[in-house]
Design a protein around this ligand. Sequence first.
Ligand code: ADP
Ligand code: MG
Length: 347
Amino acid sequence: MSDITLGIIGSGQLGSLLCQAAKKLKVKTIVISDDEQGPAQNYADGFIFSKYDNKDKIKEFVSKVDIVTYEFENIPIEILKQINKEKKVLPKPDINQVVQNRKLEKTFVNDLGIKTTDWAFIKSAGDVKKNEKLLPGILKTNTLGYDGHGQFVLNSVADIKKDWRFTADYILEKKVDLKKEISVVIARFSNGETYIYEPIENVHKDQILKHSKIPADISSKMFKEAQSNTKLIAEKLGYIGVMCVEYFIDQNDNLLINEIAPRVHNSGHLTINAFSVSQFSAHIIAVCDLKMKPMKKISDAEMTNILGNEIGKFKNKSFKDNEFFFDYKKKEIKDKRKMGHLTILKS
Ligand code: ADP
Ligand code: MG
């Protein structure tokens, strides 16, 4: 047993898969979550149910761990900074502050000379009118979005409903005529070394990831550009851990950054079976500063997310040797909720 205890904020499937990877690396895990039923408690060595602003519970959590990481980015930044004063939080809270805020994130990316969708910061209906050139577009809440939550399609200025009060900050993004979506998962270790997984091709349905596959059907130029942009971002951020960059490819073969996830990512689930070291293990190795392992691809692969009721038909199914079914063991089935995934190795 290594004598490290890793604290993980969040208890969903990403937290569960991080705990399972940690166990194999002999790292103990304590999960804190505001979801009493969070499935990661099935795999963690300790579980604290708490709101993220409960000072006493956070104190208890901090006292039990050596290092802290998180499975999702929408954690109040003050909490991460407060924890970081006592125990190291990785990825660094400063990084989280940038990438959980679409305006700061896009500004950071554009300042590196990397293209995003065309966008504008929006505080009112008047701001949308001023940016009519971005329509048809998507209005997204500036913070706290996930799986398409907080997104509204605007085809014309007339789509702004009279009762919309613009209580939050938004950004308006031009709708991209998508040829493809890809993502690049990168692990960056404390010695500055990186491993960049090959680009993953993703298909979304109703703004939720449905399928991911490697190899992505893209040119070698696009492959290299996506990897080098991702590396540049990780290096500029001084990132330690696993990070994912989501990209759009438009009909004119422009590679645009959609968003950066400062964490392990759904599209990277296929790395569990298709690589010698998964994104989850790589993240644990990086944040706990463990000895690095040789990282290489083992197989082509395809991953399918299992949403809502679809989980029923997988539970009693038998699978071939190249098929790997993951049941997230969520207590409640909800429409479009990520309940599990299936990875099929292709070679
Ligand atoms: P989330 O934070 O919920 O993941 P994203 O901004 O990544 O939100 O959007 C989810 C999905 O919605 C994208 O992967 C893409 O399929 C679609 N989408 C989002 N923004 C645009 C856009 N500007 N043009 C075209 N499709 C978009
Ligand atoms: Mg996204």
